[in-house]
Design a binder for this molecule. Structure first.
Ligand SMILES: [Zn+2]
Length: 304
């Protein structure tokens, strides 16, 4: 699957050590490897002396200790959070308590749409419901520190509150889980929404940052080209769903088996949610119909 995207899985980095993926940016990876996190969540440190931290990471004492050790003797002026999944934001209270930094994010965790009647949120346990920023950022807002300027870039889709952060003058973007080098992003309703996700990808494609520093995996050095591959991949996925529906397949498990050949079995559930996200979008666009709201156990067919 996804062999159309030029993935990069080269990452020679020990957890909870500090390296510098580009000048002026330090990186500390949490020790939380897994099928959704690759080798671990990346926490980034921007600047020297007076710094900002992007995504403090999971509530893991060793990671928090390593991050604080990395900035020892420096002032942490700001903490930026890309989104409120539990591998990105739960370390915020400890890092804020230790540093006094101001916490910036789009807002608390929330779903992209209300739950349908009878629906439960399979992602409930993955959201950090305790998170609340000190300052809620809007798209385009700018925060300045000594030697760095960061612009908030609203990128809903992976979560409704996903925010990327552009590092002005460096042509770099902290991409969170929106675009990653090692894998596609998970877009799973009700936290995620495919129409938002595609709009956010198109927005990034127009911006022109050349380096992305993602929430997981290595930096992306040719970001514009990579984002275009991501967009093409999603369009191809939607096309193959329409193709399978035209062949008479009607349910999500059958579509997953047909489309995600050779998938890691641990990711089958996520693949089903991703197909549901596409189907929601296709129903909204009038290309597909279903009875009632699009659901994981729903029956789908081509419109018309
Ligand atoms: Zn996430």
């Amino acid at each position: 699957m996804s062999d159309d995207i030029p993935f990069d899985k080269t990452l020679d980095l020990a957890p909870d050590t500090v390296d510098e993926p580009m000048p002026g940016i330090r990186r500390v990876m949490a020790d939380n490897p897994g099928p959704f996190t690759f080798k671990g969540t990346m926490s980034y440190i921007v600047g020297r002396g007076e710094v900002a931290i992007v995504d403090p990471g999971p509530n893991d004492a060793r990671h928090i200790g390593a991050l604080l050790e990395a900035v020892r003797g420096e002032t942490v002026a700001a903490i930026f959070v890309t989104h409120t999944h539990r591998d990105h934001s739960p370390a915020v209270p400890a890092v804020k308590a230790a540093t006094g930094a101001t916490v910036y994010a789009e807002g608390p965790h929330r779903a992209a749409r209300p739950l349908h009647i009878g629906e439960h949120n399979p992602l409930d346990s993955s959201g950090d419901r305790d998170f609340k920023p000190d300052v809620a950022l809007k798209d385009g807002e700018v925060v300045r520190g000594k030697g760095w300027t960061i612009e908030a870039v609203a990128t809903p889709g992976h979560t409704a509150n996903h925010m990327a952060y552009a590092l002005k003058d460096a042509n770099a973007l902290f991409a969170g889980d929106h675009v990653m080098a090692w894998s596609t992003s998970i877009v799973a309703p009700p936290d995620g929404a495919m129409s938002d996700y595609m709009a956010s990808l198109n927005k990034l494609a127009k911006r022109g940052e050349t380096i992305y520093l993602p929430g997981h995996g290595p930096a992306i050095r040719d970001a514009g080209r990579f984002v275009n591959y991501y967009i093409l991949h999603r369009k191809a996925r939607a096309a193959s769903i329409l193709h399978r529906l035209a062949k008479g397949e009607t349910d999500i498990p059958t579509l997953v088996r047909a489309i995600y050949i050779g998938i890691d079995p641990r990711l089958t559930g996520a693949a089903g949610m991703s197909v549901l996200a596409h189907l929601e979008d296709l129903v909204t666009r009038g290309l597909v119909v279903t009875d009632g709201a699009p659901a994981i156990d729903g029956i789908f067919r081509l419109a018309g």
